[in-house]
Design a protein. Structure first.
Length: 528
């Protein structure tokens, strides 16, 4: 066995795998898997969109929620398995499109096929006679086909003229356009991941932020944005008023955030707009989304050392239906005095007493707000390591009291500590996203729709016309026209289409003259 044969045998499995990967069937399977893999991204909360909802989902679903976190279900589009399907689809599309484009270009340049010998054996066929010469009828038939058909005229050795007509090439063109646009979309999404950035921040009504990295609660840049090659748009935004409306069944109806913004951090010109769900504010190429909302209790705390502090912690909804929310306050005193105050609270927009001092909420409407608090004194145990603002470390603290408060109510505790519930403010979760490829993706999406429409609506057809001259050289003999058709992609209506075309071809031909037969009068001869 030669070395060349051994090399071919070694490469055969890899070649077979490549052919299967680059087949259109594999590309369609991978496209289906990609769509299937994206389903969890629309059903489950995502870290990139709303980390607080992810935490609440994990807490409410226990082991199942933690398992979904381990497999990357809360970051579907950044997971390894989604990226693997994405890359395989990318390679498969390239591998199958290049040969198809070559074949299609050759088909566009190739002349229509010559007429078969027996047109009457085709699925659709017909014939008629005309008094016009083959040259005259050939010109008339070409006018019938018009511009939608590619027509090629040939002359057969027998002297007959044939017209080969084809249409429907745009069907394959649309198919290729769809897949090329899909490939371009995949490339643009990948490029967008490098140049994009996304920041999330919770803004309490009456406060604002500027579009700088340091102000965001969560910042997720693309690789080039992380390297500083993408400069965030210089704007500042203030949340003036947040409004939430609900149906009579307490279902969310509309969320709106009235904002004021300046197009530059140093600008003094104010612009006003309203951000709604799925209706973002567009600024300098960025999109400002309204993601979620909640409540911020306003607390006035008298510390053990006699100082008075005001705290406005953002409470995170635990129940997305009733917006029962939880949060903490961390008030640090002088170091080493063990006089830090920590407050763990539950806020109910429409409170209902469950007994034993426990409250719950029966509606997301803030019609009967109440705050349940547990107050601790001691050492907040700051170690310099960043910790969540929504958790309270009570390992070095002791509980000094608890109470349920309505707005304006104060609870007095030992060591001179008192807590007054002054009311609440709404907060809104704002997300700023930047993707420079968005406009190009819109063009690609339109191209995909156009290509898909062409591949589904256009039908491939072939038609042949054979024009046979007068037989045996007899003067006055009619020209015989035979027509045959074939549908390469039929939708069940080619028979009617062929019949209509045959009728038009017949009408284009002058009728064959009637041949007057000689009168045989031998029977009546001599009767006179």
């Amino acid at each position: 066995m030669s070395a060349r044969t051994i090399a071919r045998a070694a490469w055969r499995p890899a070649l077979m795998a490549w052919r299967r990967l680059t087949s259109m069937r594999t590309a369609l399977i991978l496209l289906f898997l990609l769509a299937l893999a994206a389903v969890p991204g629309s059903l489950l909360p995502q870290e990139s969109l709303n980390p607080t909802k992810v935490s609440a989902y994990i807490k409410s679903h226990g082991a199942w929620g933690r398992f979904l976190g381990h497999i990357g279900a809360y970051d579907v589009f950044g997971s390894v398995w989604f990226a693997a399907i994405y890359l395989l689809l990318f390679v498969s599309l390239i591998g199958c499109l290049i040969p198809r484009i070559r074949v299609h270009v050759r088909a566009l340049r190739r002349r229509p096929l010559a007429a078969p010998r027996n047109l009457d054996r085709l699925p659709e066929n017909g014939s008629f006679e005309t008094s016009a010469s083959p040259e005259e009828y050939s010109a008339a038939a070409r006018q019938v086909f018009g511009r939608r058909w590619r027509v090629e005229r040939r002359e057969e050795p027998s002297g007959a003229l044939t017209l080969s007509a084809e249409k429907g090439y745009s069907r394959e063109t649309g198919n290729i356009l769809f897949h090329v646009a899909l490939l371009a979309g995949l490339i643009l999404i990948a490029v967008g991941r490098f140049y994009s950035y996304q920041g999330s921040i919770i803004v309490t009504q009456g406060t604002g932020f500027c579009n700088t990295v340091s102000q965001y609660d969560s910042w997720k840049p693309g690789r080039l944005a992380a390297e500083g090659k993408v400069r965030p748009a210089p704007f500042c935004l203030t949340l003036n008023k947040f409004t939430a409306t609900y149906t009579s069944e307490n279902e969310a109806k509309n969320f709106a955030a009235a904002v004021t913004y300046q197009s530059d951090a140093t600008s003094t010109v104010d612009h006003h707009d309203t951000i709604k769900v799925n209706h973002p504010l567009r600024l300098e190429g960025d999109r400002v989304y309204l993601i979620g909302h909640g409540f911020t209790p306003v607390l006035t705390v008298h510390m053990p050392d006699g100082t008075v502090r005001t705290d406005t912690p953002n409470y995170v909804p635990e129940d997305p239906t009733t917006y029962l929310s939880q949060g903490v306050s961390k008030l640090q005193a002088s170091k080493g005095a063990n006089n830090d105050i920590g407050i763990s609270g539950i806020f109910a927009p429409t409170a209902e007493d469950q007994g034993n001092g426990l409250i719950t909420s029966i509606s997301p409407r803030p019609s009967k707000p109440e705050l349940s608090i547990f107050v601790y004194q001691g050492n907040l145990n700051y170690t310099g390591i960043p910790v969540s603002v929504y958790t309270l470390d009570t390992s070095k603290m002791h509980k000094i009291g608890a109470a349920n408060l309505v707005p304006g109510q104060t609870v007095h505790l030992k060591n001179g500590v008192s807590v007054r519930f002054d009311g609440w403010k709404p907060w809104a979760s704002i997300q700023v996203s930047h993707d420079p490829t968005q406009g190009y993706l819109l063009i690609v999406a339109v191209a995909m729709v156009v290509g898909l429409f062409g591949s589904l609506a256009v039908r491939r057809r072939r038609l042949w016309v054979r024009i046979t001259p007068s037989g045996a050289g007899t003067a006055g003999s009619p020209t015989v026209v035979s027509v045959g058709g074939l549908a390469r992609s039929d939708t069940g209506n080619f028979t009617a289409e062929f019949a209509a075309l045959l009728e038009r071809l017949t009408a284009a031909a002058p009728a064959a003259p009637a041949v007057e037969l000689p009168v045989d009068d031998t029977v009546g001869a001599g009767r006179e």
